[in-house]
Write a new protein. Sequence first.
Length: 243
Amino acid sequence: MRTVKEVSELTGVSIRTLQYYDSIGLLQPTSRSEGGYRLYDDDALEQLQQILLFRELEFPLKEIKALMQRPDFDRSQVLGEQIELLRLKREHLDNLIRFATGIKLIGVRTLDFSVFQKGKLDEYSRQAKANWAQTPEFQECAERSANRTPEEERSLAAQVMAIFTSFGKCRALSPAAPEVQALVQEWHEFISAHFYQCSKDMLLCLGKLYAGGGDFTASIDAAGGEGTAAFVERAIEVYCSKE
């Protein structure tokens, strides 16, 4: 565990900023010391890295919070898209540097403005944000998230993990077993109640994400035991196949 001061020194993020992130429910400490001081573990530092990458790409804090709290947030996929955006941003800056250096060395005026155009970067950014944010589900999720307190966010996260823990306890059963299908219905209704109106098509997509590998699968398996994510996907497929 690291104190808020140690995290600030390690990351360059001010203590005041970390305190603000906690107050809005964006990055909450893992626990607190007996004296009430914030403490952060490695998982919290990974979340902070993700936040800082979004900030480098000029995402508003409200959008970052809503994205990272979505049930279908796939950190591996988002990281790949962030890398491409940063690469394009670097390419644009390299072109600007070469352009400015050329003017300095040649010592003449130039009326070439093509180097300032960011068409490729803007287009990729638009597409990436469309994948992450520009959907009715995201907008609804963002609005609901903005109205929750940090305590409510922590309670919500605990409820999510409790549902996946329950799925893990049913892994020995058939995905079509009544108690398993009741859990799928509970999860389906939970998403609609707390995040966004979740259609069966959306639920099927979520199931594929759950079993798709990476951090998302690891988190679900950590809650319910190895194989839980894949089991949930199969149970969702049965649930969505019903009229």
